[in-house]
Design a protein around this ligand. Structure first.
Ligand code: BES
Ligand code: ZN
Ligand code: ZN
Length: 471
């Protein structure tokens, strides 16, 4: 499906159907208001009315703000995709809500059909966005940028949705290499023998029982005169069976999504390079599969991480933090960054704390937290801050090693996981680091907002927005 911006008035565009995003006030001014009211349609947010005889699709909005426009556009695109119209047109209201419109159409219309032998046929081929009397140049840039970000989000969703027999640590390497060559990014891959040379005993232990070798992927986008340097670190568990601390059967289903942190990082570097932002971005991914077998790592093992910190394994299902410990350490040695952000489907506890729609944000810098919370609200992603404290930190104490990979008490599990990572962030980088727990927000089995079944692309819109506005 093609989305096209036309520098015309909507009445001068020919299309099968006109989409109207209207509020209850707009309804009062509509020429067919009596007919519309007869149907019971009140232009409430997310309500819709298809007037086929008039070739009009009415979608209600509470306000003309981006969040409401996005949500109504999702309703519109779903209705259009299940109709037999081939073209549709809609007016752009203003520059501020344009991103919402584009996201609603692109993300709300997204479907993952790779494994369907007969994907549903969609008649809709073109949606025209009418610029009307608005500043065409300004609108054009917003449109292009919004399309880049929405498509990068779909790219992330596509990888999250790929089945684990297909997407393993080694095929993730191939995929990253392709992205690097398509977008002219630097690319350095560390295979298991390199990881051994780097003494990444923590990351290597997690992947030991997999038939697929673990890999560390480093992609870089280096514009000529970067304002800032950012390192992004992603948890890339292409499958998390839990290891010997095996997950129950029902909890294991969906664990292909445990690579969503890595996929988000790939989506962000894709968006930033296509937007040509003057920010140097490094993406570091720990691509690993957590399996069982005779050579699997075990509860009671003591691992020596790259930093030299020893880790007592008490649960092999708390594997993401073990991978990130070494990747964070490597990232800090490799690049001197102004900011270090990590993304991980790290804990079920994050969903208990914040619900499954919200990304958990942890770190020491109130300034970055504030800026990320704003980027979340600008971009329509939900994010909430979870506070560290010294009492929770004590729960990671090990009697036998420097730190335990699980806390001794069950409460505050998202925070204790964040505090485990904090142990691997060097003193000079504490104020530069943020941890994003996307365990709930990265994947859904029931549609919400502009997300359908599967990967949501959590992190991509929010962090790209943050990077667009960074001073
Ligand atoms: N990948 C999971 C976390 C997760 C759970 C993500 C559900 C998305 C949905 C992670 O590796 C894990 O298993 N964490 C454990 C930690 C525990 C053993 C301390 C958890 O959350 O139960
Ligand atoms: Zn796990
Ligand atoms: Zn995991």
């Amino acid at each position: 499906m093609n989305i096209e911006l036309l520098n015309k008035n909507i009445s001068d565009i020919s299309a099968d159907v006109t989409v109207l995003l209207l509020s209850s006030d707009d309804l009062e001014l509509h020429a067919d208001k009596e007919l519309i009211k007869l149907s019971g349609f009140k232009a409430e947010q997310d309500s819709k009315l298809f007037l086929h005889e008039k070739r009009i699709l009415l979608c209600g909005v509470e306000t003309k703000e981006s969040d409401d426009i996005r949500s109504a556009s999702v309703i519109a695109i779903k209705a259009l995709k299940s109709s037999n119209y081939t073209t549709a047109k809609v007016s752009i209201i203003d520059n501020d809500s344009l991103a919402g419109l584009v996201e609603g159409i692109v993300l709300g219309g997204y479907e993952y059909n790779e494994y369907k032998s007969k994907p549903k046929e969609i008649a809709l081929s073109n949606i025209f966005l009418a610029v009307n009397d608005l500043d065409a140049k300004f609108i054009g840039k917003t449109f292009n940028d919004s399309m880049i970000i929405a498509k990068a989000t779909c790219f992330t969703r596509d990888i999250v949705n790929q089945a684990p027999q297909e997407l393993n640590p080694q095929t993730m390497v191939t995929l990253a290499e392709k992205l690097a060559s398509d977008n002219s990014l630097g690319c350095n891959i560390l295979q298991e023998n390199d990881l051994e040379k780097e003494k990444m005993g923590s990351m290597l232990a997690v992947g030991r029982a997999s038939i697929h070798g673990s890999a560390l992927i480093h992609l870089s986008y280096k514009p000529a005169n970067p304002k800032k340097v950012i390192s992004l670190v992603g948890k890339g568990l292409t499958y998390d069976s839990g290891g010997l601390s095996l997950k129950p059967a029902t909890s294991m289903v969906t664990m292909k999504m445990d690579k969503a942190g890595a996929c988000a990082v790939l989506g962000i570097i894709k968006a930033v390079s296509e937007l040509k932002l003057d920010i140097e971005v490094h993406a570091f991914i720990g691509a690993v599969e957590n399996m069982i077998g005779g050579n699997a790592y075990k509860p009671d093992d003591v691992l020596v991480s790259r930093s030299g910190t020893t880790i007592e394994v008490r649960n092999t299902d708390a594997e993401g933090r073990l991978v990130l410990a070494d990747v964070l350490d490597y990232a800090q040695d490799t690049v001197s960054a102004d900011k270090i952000f990590d993304f991980a489907t790290l804990t079920g506890a994050c969903m208990v704390a914040l619900g499954q729609y919200t990304t958990g944000l942890m770190g020491h810098s109130n300034k970055i937290k504030h800026d990320i919370l704003r980027a979340g609200s600008n971009s329509g992603e939900l994010v909430g801050s979870l506070p560290f404290n010294k009492h929770l930190k004590k729960l990671l104490k090990s009697e036998i090693a420097d730190i335990s990979n699980t806390a001794s008490k069950p409460y505050g599990g998202a925070i204790t996981a964040g505090l485990f990572l904090d142990r691997f962030v060097r003193e000079e980088n504490k104020e530069k680091w943020m941890h994003f727990d996307i365990a709930g927000s990265a994947y859904t089995e029931s549609p919400w907002d502009c997300n359908g079944y599967g990967g949501t692309g959590a992190g991509v819109r929010m962090v790209t927005n943050y990077l667009q506005n960074i001073k």
